[in-house]
Design a protein around this ligand. Structure first.
Ligand code: PHE
Length: 448
């Protein structure tokens, strides 16, 4: 059967950027910036993204395009009869785990979008009221399950439509819209009286705040935000045509992911400062602190709708990329139809996600290694499977693939002169610097 490809360069970019830009940018990045000292964290983050993680992104995309196969098939093809196939196995299982709990948060975003359309964040609501609204919601049984189900269904529908007419087309409409939405919100936020303090916090670094913990948080976030180590960028790479410049597409992806994270921080933190709230709010920032701000700021009802719509769009384009890994595997290795594959992935992800969702309420007493089910899957994948996956992929490209194959992919057989010039440096990063850096995040993740 003919494999599908992305149609053109813009299609590749919206798909890859769609995967990268997600809850990580709108939810995780701003609260990490808030918790780890503002500009100093951003400063370290820039190094992590462009120096350490970009070569890893190149590596994943190289494996994908070289093999033109799904995450499992890629290792079977490039290293037949070796233990590398286990990396393929992990690269198919991990994204299914991630999409399961990711879609739980996607479901929360749907619910909050709905609440904002109903103008439920009423004027003058207190923080305590909105906090208990959130607690009541996530600990209940049905509403979060319904959200999870709808979110996963929407993802599955785009996947069934195919690579070009599903993933690519959806991205081409949604990604530009996402940028417009978040820019509107950023403009509102930085024009609030008192927002200046927030901007200073974001852009004036206090270097004394940088320590080991900040570095490892920044590297971990860069990893998550660029969707590394779980086979998604590998799978997308396999849909990139031979004449596309993968180094350029990967670099644009990293740049847009970073710019989006910055704009998202401008949309959120200045408003937090304008209301005299604590930026170190942690994970509750988006679902508790922001609704309080929306309830109390001019035009807040309207901005709430914009924000939660952005959150859904960002989350869905990322969950599509996670979902596609399992579907590509089933279609190519198990020879089932795309539709059937989508249903199978839906069933598995729905079940794991449902357990994660219930672990905030009725199943909160069930602990795996001392963690609730949601936290267990979150930590297992973010601190363990993703990092080991990323480490092994970069080692695979640096040490297992031949240098000439890597060169061929990176420079389109020597025809891209700019890529030729930077190849030596990139290859050095891939062979030595990146594996060591990733090993460090992994070990520090075990320590904290
Ligand atoms: N990069 C996505 C985000 O920032 C999350 C993600 C991780 C998506 C891994 C795909 C693979 O939200």
């Amino acid at each position: 059967m003919e494999r599908e490809n992305f149609g053109n360069r813009f299609g590749v970019l919206v798909a890859m950027a769609g995967s990268a830009i997600g809850l990580g940018n709108l939810w995780r990045f701003p609260y990490l910036v808030g918790s780890y000292g503002g500009a100093a964290f951003i400063f370290v983050y820039i190094f992590c993204v462009f120096l350490l993680c970009l070569p890893i992104l190149f590596s994943e995309v190289i494996i994908g395009r070289r093999s033109h196969a799904n995450a499992y098939g890629a290792f079977k093809k490039l290293a037949p009869g070796t233990k590398w196939k286990w990396l393929g196995v992990a690269s198919v299982i991990t994204p299914i785990i991630v999409v399961s709990y990711y879609s739980v948060i996607g479901g929360w975003s749907l619910e909050y979008f709905f609440k904002s359309c109903m103008f439920e964040f009423t004027e003058g609501a207190t923080q305590a009221e909105l906090g208990s609204m959130f607690d009541k919601f996530i600990t209940s049984v049905w509403p979060p399950l319904v959200g999870h189900t709808i979110f996963l269904l929407l993802t599955g529908l785009v996947i069934i439509a195919g690579v070009k007419s599903g993933i690519e087309k959806f991205g081409k409409i949604m990604m530009p819209m996402l940028f417009v939405l978040i820019i509107v919100m950023a403009v509102r936020s930085i024009t609030l009286p008192g927002a200046m303090d927030g901007l200073v916090y974001l852009f004036k670094p206090d270097f004394s705040k940088i320590d080991g913990e900040v570095c490892s948080a920044a590297l971990g976030q860069a990893f998550f935000s660029l969707s590394l180590g779980v086979g998604t960028m590998l799978t997308y790479g396999s849909y990139i045509k031979k004449d596309e410049n993968i180094a350029a597409s990967s670099s644009y992806t990293a740049v847009s992911d970073f710019i989006f994270a910055l704009i998202a921080s401008c949309a959120i933190l200045p408003a937090v400062f304008a209301f005299g709230l604590n930026p170190q709010e942690g994970p509750g920032l988006v679902f508790q602190t922001l609704p309080f701000i929306f309830s109390n700021m001019p035009m807040g009802g309207f901005i709430a709708i914009i924000f939660f719509l952005a959150l859904i769009v960002a989350a869905i384009t990322s969950s599509i990329s996670l979902y596609e890994v399992g579907v590509a595997y089933l279609v190519e290795e198990r020879h089932v139809s795309r539709k059937k594959a989508s249903v199978i992935v839906f069933a598995v992800a729905w079940l794991i996600g449902a357990l994660c969702s219930l672990s905030f309420g009725p199943l909160s007493d069930i602990k795996i290694f001392g963690q609730t089910i949601f936290n267990f899957f979150d930590k297992l994948s973010a601190n363990f499977l993703m990092t080991i996956g990323g480490f092994l992929m970069v080692v695979f490209v640096g040490w297992k693939m031949s240098k000439s194959d890597v060169f061929d992919e990176f420079t389109n057989s020597g025809t891209l002169s700019a890529n030729k010039r930077i190849f030596k440096f990139v290859y050095f990063m891939i062979r030595y610097v990146c594996p060591i850096a990733v090993l460090m995040i992994f070990l520090s993740g075990l320590l904290f």
